[in-house]
Design a protein around this ligand. Structure first.
Ligand SMILES: [Zn+2]
Length: 246
């Protein structure tokens, strides 16, 4: 390599690392398996937001509108189904965040798969997982808020028994609740009048969800669960969260 060529290469690498900081060169999408997330940036903030289930359309509407008025980075899945494809099978994208959780979910959703096929799919997730996690988790002292919608089959009553602490101020509306990983956030959210549970420790099986990964890594994480279609309620609880957790 000539000196000139070598210099150009160094220059390119130096500029390359700078360009990564410029908005134009920041990726607009990030993907793992069949899950493609649109990246929505607004200003500078240590808040991160996530829509991980594509069929939770109320949460999608609330999040996209929220990002027009609040700073942070949001990751909104572009798919419109709950599960996404992986090697022409299916996986729940909120079960991809650990190998053990992904394996259990792949077995459940693809009962005809051979052990070899499962291992190969797990290998694909292993190779891409950390990049996605690194993008989604907030910087030191930040917070990640995941928006979900539920229906009949799931409510705070499923989470309360396996939580470290619980404050059920609205027992007649179990579908609307916060699930958080930080005790101080729990203390503040308990004053809201809404249902809230704390899952700081992860004694139960690792299901591969991002909340369990956040708890393991000591990251402040809040799940905001509201029944599908309850747009006004989800916006209200997101606004409360935004206002009370700095
Ligand atoms: Zn969900």
């Amino acid at each position: 390599m000539s000196r000139r060529a070598e210099w150009s290469r160094r220059e390119f690498l130096a500029y390359g690392s700078i360009l990564g900081w410029l908005p134009f060169f920041r990726p607009r999408h990030i993907r793992l398996a069949g899950a493609t997330f649109r990246v929505i940036r607004n200003g500078r903030s240590k808040h991160r937001y996530l829509l991980i289930h594509g069929n939770e359309e109320t949460a999608r509407e609330v999040l996209i509108r929220h990002m027009q008025a609040h700073e942070g980075v949001a990751y909104a899945i572009q798919n419109h189904t709950r599960n996404v494809t992986l090697d022409s099978g299916q996986i729940d994208p909120n079960r991809m965040f650990s190998r053990v959780g992904a394996e259990a979910n792949l077995r459940k959703l693809n009962p005809d798969w051979t052990p070899d096929r499962i291992q190969s799919a797990l290998g694909e997730l292993d190779r891409g997982r950390e990049k996605l996690v690194h993008a989604m988790l907030p910087p030191e002292g930040g917070l990640i808020i995941a928006l979900h919608n539920n229906s009949e089959g799931y409510s705070v009553e499923d989470e309360a028994p396996i939580s470290d602490a619980r404050s059920l101020r609205e027992p007649s509306n179990p579908h609307a609740f916060y699930l958080c990983t930080d005790p101080e956030d729990f203390r503040i959210l308990s004053a809201s009048g809404y249902n809230v549970v704390l899952q700081q420790h992860v004694p139960q099986e690792d299901d591969g969800s991002l909340s369990r990964l956040a708890a393991r890594r000591g990251v402040r994480y809040v799940n905001l669960e509201v029944g599908q279609g309850h747009r006004g309620r989800q916006k209200e609880m997101l606004d409360w969260l935004e206002w009370s957790l700095k």
